[in-house]
Design a protein around this ligand. Structure first.
Ligand code: KG4
Ligand code: ZN
Length: 332
């Protein structure tokens, strides 16, 4: 790839983010303004509130990313933004900002897929990393096992048939009266609990590479209603253990089935400390190479957007400015 400096922009949900990345791997800056405090009082992301907050934040966040990178707009080679999946009004803010910069500065615009960006977080973490890889993308909206056979060549091996892993964390946290976002809240509380206190079901554990989490959420609700005196930390730890078991075992099964021996994780749930510990154990056992992006690269950020933008531009050329946002965009 010829030298390429890309400004990435991410506004698909409740993080307003911008970053400058060189050659798809070297992060010069990555700025993330989280709106989670704004949404906390509603117990979840309110789309209209998210769009308005993105509009208020986007110019400052882009400006800060350029300042921290020590880069002017003149030094950019392209501008990339996430066009889906995500909330329509939220996506429009980042995409419109990217298109405006592209138009005024005559820079190529590249529209990218949010999950493909999560996958490229691992390439930033380990700049030598190359496909083939098996990736677990676990976020608030999606749970996907993907074989990345080459740059831009993906095969979906498994996905959730109902709730996403992050959604299960958020819903169970809400039921337990924990703050939003629920994933980090359960992660923190679980450290004080016993993961073996309650044996919750591991849905579809030995049953192919698809996932199902809604039954697990119902099992937690029913257990707590029947045993209201159980320590909440034990519930959190036991619930988390069930999810982590399923995620890790299916990731390992996917590696076995494909014969690919490098596994990577991405998405907000990949920030979970129990999941990270288990994956590090796998790495230490030495059977597979495991690449685990830092926590800041797992949760939504724009460095991963700029990274994948460089590859998409090199492979497919610029995206036409009339290309719309696609809230339910699929990877393949
Ligand atoms: O990738 P992400 O930042 O945004 C989406 O693309 O959805 O993922 C957000 C999800 C939320 O459901 C949040 O609760 C979950 O990731 N999450 C976690 C942790 N940090 C964020 N789940 C479990 N443990 C964590 N430490
Ligand atoms: Zn995400």
């Amino acid at each position: 790839m010829s030298p390429m400096r890309v400004l990435g922009i991410e506004t698909s949900c409740d993080e307003t983010a911008a970053a400058v990345v060189d050659d798809g791997r070297l992060v010069r800056s990555s700025v993330v303004a989280s709106q989670s405090d704004l949404h906390a009082r509603y117990g979840g992301v309110v789309p209209e509130v998210a769009s308005r907050a993105h509009v208020e934040l986007i110019c400052d966040v882009i400006e800060q990313a350029l300042v921290e990178a020590g880069s002017s707009l003149d030094e950019l080679d392209a501008v990339a933004a996430v066009r889906g999946p995500g909330l329509a009004g939220a996506l429009l803010v980042g995409v419109s900002a990217a298109k405006a910069i592209s138009l005024v500065r005559r820079l190529p615009y590249v529209a990218v897929h949010h999950h493909e960006a999560h996958l490229y977080a691992a390439m930033i973490e380990d700049p030598q990393l190359e496909p083939p890889l098996v990736t677990l993308v676990v976020s608030g909206g999606h749970t996907l096992l993907i074989a990345m056979e080459d740059h831009g060549r993906y095969r979906v091996l498994g996905e959730t048939v109902d709730d996403a892993a992050g959604e299960a964390f958020d819903k169970v946290a809400r039921f337990l009266g924990l703050e939003y976002p629920g994933g980090p809240a359960i992660d923190r509380l679980a450290r004080e609990g016993d993961p073996e206190a309650v044996r919750f079901p591991r849905p579809m554990h030995a049953d192919g590479l698809d996932f199902s989490f809604s039954g697990l959420k119902t099992a937690v609700v029913q257990y707590v209603r029947k045993h209201p005196d159980t320590d909440v930390a034990d519930i959190a730890a036991s619930f988390q253990a069930a999810i982590v078991d399923v995620l890790v075992d299916k990731l390992l099964a996917a590696a076995r089935e494909t014969g690919i021996n490098t596994v990577v994780a991405g998405g907000g749930v990949a920030a979970n400390s129990a999941l990270r510990e288990r994956l590090l154990d796998v790495a230490v056992a030495g059977e597979l190479r495991v690449v685990l992006p830092s926590v800041a690269l797992c949760t939504d950020n724009a460095a991963m957007v700029a990274a994948v933008g460089a590859y998409r531009l090199a492979a497919d050329g610029p995206t036409p400015l009339e290309a719309p946002v696609v809230p339910n965009l699929r990877l393949v």
